[in-house]
Design a protein. Structure first.
Length: 430
């Protein structure tokens, strides 16, 4: 089976990762939108106990990232993906049986470690099976279908719970387990590309995390991503509080914002990614542009927070417009930034590099709730001003570090995915 990508390139086996991501997204979407209620229902524990366990295990799970990175470098990203899928399959199969607090904590800890390590392994896998502009396209299609799966999973879980009542949460957990198993099977057609010509063999000395820490340009890239990752957390953490508490809008507005964002990411992700690639833009500059769009959306929130319109339709229209700009920033920034990191990492230690890069996402998610609520307590506009500043600083860092990054990381080369040679454009059709 061949996937017809941008500009008619035809690449064997490329469909596997985006489709697996969609199925994985269905599983994730079945519990993420109502995590506390989900785990409270499947375990029978109190909300306070569930919240405390999830927070503690989520932070502890970050510690698995260095180990996962080392395993990717030793065994390959695809094998590590299989392992992580297996842990998640087992974890969600056991959740409905973990009624005691120690049992729930043990299952949550192992599952959280797999969840935290999964994105790093997936990014490394993209680096193994694709090169050049093929990575950009594969990243865009994978993210788009992942978002589509998230939305479908949330709707499916809502339907199951509506039909089965409280027992539906257990069915959703088991369905989640099945979805992860299916996603793992779908990865089978993917084959890593042979090492690029001139790639040095892995060195035993200095090829570990010391090499990552000594790579100053990559650390700047990771730091810029931490600042942008705070922007990604804004929609789920800050936006609902701002809309309801500061603007006194209806709670339904937050649901509408999530729906608009998810639908656009799923429907327009591949299209926007292709348009950006066709301009020939450097990945650093595309990522910086995405950060600029974030800053624009946050500036609009400051204006909105100052005006605080009393009309419901005006407020709803303004918030939707802000979400549209924010989502466009996400669509432009995400593929460029993620592939920039993958391509800037040396092949022999890519797993460790991706683990370090993923740490920026995990830390941002960990600090965002307390950071945003503290700033919001000062004034509803303060967190948006803070995010506008962090987005601008991140964009400046990306532009500044551009000349110090590998040329092939900054400028995508012709497409290569899964077959070892550049894809040949298909004949034009009318």
């Amino acid at each position: 089976m061949k996937w017809h990508g941008a500009r008619g390139e035809r690449v064997a086996g490329e469909w596997a990762l985006p489709v697996a991501a969609a199925v994985n997204g269905v599983g994730t979407g079945m519990y993420v939108p109502f995590t506390l209620v989900f785990f409270h229902s499947v375990t029978g524990l109190s909300f306070a106990a569930v919240g405390a366990v999830l927070t503690a295990t989520g932070l502890a799970g970050i510690a698995a990232l260095p180990l996962a990175g080392a395993m990717v470098d030793r065994y390959g990203a695809k094998r590590v993906q299989y392992l992580l899928y297996g842990v998640r399959v087992l974890g969600f199969a056991l959740y409905p049986l973990a009624h005691a607090l120690p049992a729930f904590a043990a299952v949550a800890l192992v599952t959280a470690a797999a969840d935290r390590a999964f994105p790093a392994a997936q990014q490394a896998l993209i680096g193994e099976v694709a090169r050049g502009a093929g990575r950009d396209r594969l990243q865009a299609s994978t993210r788009a279908l992942q978002n589509a799966g998230n939305g479908a999973g949330a709707l499916l879980a809502t339907l199951v719970i509506a039909l089965a009542g409280s027992a539906g949460y257990a069915y959703a957990a088991w369905g989640n387990s099945v979805s992860f198993a299916l996603a793992a099977l779908l990865l089978r057609p993917l084959r890593p590309l042979p090492a690029a010509p001139g790639t040095p063999a892995a060195r035993r000395a200095g090829a570990g995390y010391r090499l990552v820490l000594a790579d100053r340009p990559f650390l700047v890239l990771t730091g810029a991503n931490f600042l942008n990752a705070l922007s990604y957390s804004a929609l789920s953490v800050l936006f609902p509080l701002f809309a309801v508490e500061w603007l006194h809008g209806p709670v339904a507005l937050t649901g509408a914002a999530f729906t608009v964002n998810t639908a656009l990411c799923a429907a327009a992700g591949v299209f926007v990614g292709a348009r950006v690639r066709r301009t020939g833009a450097r990945r650093t500059r595309a990522a910086a542009l995405g950060g600029g769009l974030f800053a624009t959306a946050f500036a609009a929130q400051i204006v909105l927070g100052t005006l605080r319109p009393g009309s419901g339709p005006v407020l709803a229209g303004a918030l939707v417009a802000v979400v549209l700009v924010y989502t466009l920033g996400e669509l432009v920034h995400s593929p460029a930034a993620e592939v920039l990191a993958v391509s800037a990492a040396p092949e022999t230690v890519r797993g460790r590099y991706m683990a370090a890069y993923q740490m920026s996402w995990s830390l941002a998610k960990a600090v965002a709730p307390s950071l945003f609520t503290s700033l919001l307590a000062l004034d509803g506009r303060v967190p948006w001003a803070f995010l506008m500043l962090t987005s601008a600083v991140a964009a400046a860092l990306l532009l500044r570090v551009e000349r110090r990054l590998p040329a092939e990381a900054v400028r995508p080369r012709p497409v290569t995915v899964g077959g070892g040679t550049p894809a040949v454009p298909a004949p034009a059709t009318v």
